[in-house]
Design a protein around this ligand. Structure first.
Ligand code: T4K
Length: 378
């Protein structure tokens, strides 16, 4: 069997892409906020229901530009979750700020506002919540806390494209929402990032941050980087905008199939189902309680790999396991942070339209074999 990966890029038809690329070739306007780029910004703002949508070269560049646009003073502390992709913490560091880690909620695995409260000091300037695996953060809780302490609230919404909670778009939460549109994302521009906000005043600042702070030929207004998206990436984005909902529907059905299988095994736990949430369907995350299931997350990972199924242990190691942040405390309500207990139990299964019934069947067989082997040894 051909290898089955955790993610596969949604790609437009080459014929349709060539039509758009012909436009680009004709004008030779290939980057620096070209026509396709601007069309995509308008289309995304409309689709996500926000007045401002700014494109970037990657989710990481967008995270950096978000902090530059807010003019967060170097040395300030930014509180975030240790259960995330390295980009979240590294973007904070790259902006000359200090990442400070706060524990996660045991059910949603998103940052716990009560733990955030414990991490606030007089140096705190912002909080970055991560809608990890598409699970939406406690936005009212974080918003209330940030308002009370005069902190910016940002979201790393890399996993939450076109998600909603109680009818509120993930793009409209906090002061700024930052999306990744990497090839592995439900909606992708191959490489790309996006920042959305309800605040029209942020629009120009975000634009400056991604273009070296250049306001005109005569004026460089603020600190900025090269965080611009090219016309080629925007072309892919325009086309994928027409098809990503179909991909999401397919994944929704796949989620149901995986859920049905794992609910048969004690010790395997589905991702928290959040009421009132329209899930992005970015990842299918499974939690393994080894004492109950009889085998560990790593055992399942290895057994699937033997069958050419490549799941991923996102996000292990967690940020405080990296050399860059090792030993950094995790503010928590518990003596042992929840994230420490949970980090070795999480497994992301292949989750995309390339997953076929035969793959789901193999997954079920592997679990049955493992469960039977455990029973035999009791
Ligand atoms: N914040 C969060 C919470 C994030 O998860 C991410 C990115 C970011 C911020 C930063 O956004 P970006 O700057 O990346 O836009 C992948 C992605 O590269 C990364 O974007 C993503 N999160 C992360 C969760 O996954 P890796 O290191 O796991 O990628 P890789 O190369 O191992 O790819 C995963 C699987 O995808 C492969 O096994 C096969 C498949 N794949 C991958 C690529 C690149 C393909 O089928 N085709 C491809 O072209 O990070």
């Amino acid at each position: 069997m051909a290898p089955l990966y955790v993610a596969r890029p949604l790609l437009p038809s080459l014929d349709e892409l060539n039509v758009l690329l012909a436009e680009v070739w004709a004008t030779k306007w290939v980057t620096n906020e070209g026509p396709l780029h601007n069309r995509l910004e308008s289309a995304l703002a409309e689709r996500l229901g926000v007045p401002v949508a700014r494109l970037f070269s990657s989710g990481t560049a967008a995270l950096q530009c978000a902090m530059l646009a807010l003019d967060l003073k170097p040395g300030g502390e930014v509180i975030t979750t240790p259960l995330t992709f390295p980009a979240t913490a590294h973007a904070i560091t790259a902006c000359g700020l200090k990442p400070v880690f706060a524990d996660i909620d045991p059910d949603t695995l998103t940052i716990d506002p009560r733990a955030v409260e414990r991490a606030i000091t007089r140096h705190t300037v912002a909080v970055i919540g991560v809608h990890v695996y598409g699970t939406i953060c406690d936005d009212p809780g974080l918003q209330a806390l940030c308002s009370a302490h005069g902190l910016w609230l940002l979201y790393d919404a890399a996993h939450a494209f076109a998600a909603e909670k109680a009818g509120i778009s993930s793009a409209a939460m906090g002061d700024l929402s930052v999306f990744s549109m990497h090839a592995t994302k439900l909606y992708n521009t191959i490489e790309g990032g996006l920042i959305t906000t309800r605040d029209p005043a942020m629009s120009e600042r975000l634009q400056l941050a991604r273009n070296f702070g250049i306001a005109s030929e005569e004026e460089v207004k603020s600190v900025g980087i090269n965080g611009k998206m090219s016309e080629l990436h925007a072309a892919v984005g325009l086309l994928n905008l027409k098809t990503f909902e179909q991909e999401r529907d397919t994944r929704r059905r796949l989620r149901g199939q995986y859920d049905a299988i794992i609910s048969q095994f004690p010790g395997l736990i589905k991702q928290a189902h959040q009421r009132d949430v329209l899930q992005s369907e970015q990842y299918y995350m499974l939690r393994v309680e080894p004492d109950t299931f009889g085998a560990s997350r790593d055992d399942i990972y290895a057994r699937l790999k033997e069958r050419n199924i490549f799941s991923r242990r996102y996000f292990w190691p967690i940020c405080t396991d990296y050399d860059s942040y090792r030993g950094a405390p995790v503010a928590s309500l518990q003596a042992e942070p929840v994230v420490e207990r949970i980090k070795t139990t999480l497994l992301c299964l292949p989750f995309h339209s390339g997953v076929e019934p035969k793959h789901v069947q193999i997954f079920g067989e592997v679990l049955e074999e493992m469960a039977a082997a455990c029973l035999a040894t009791v």
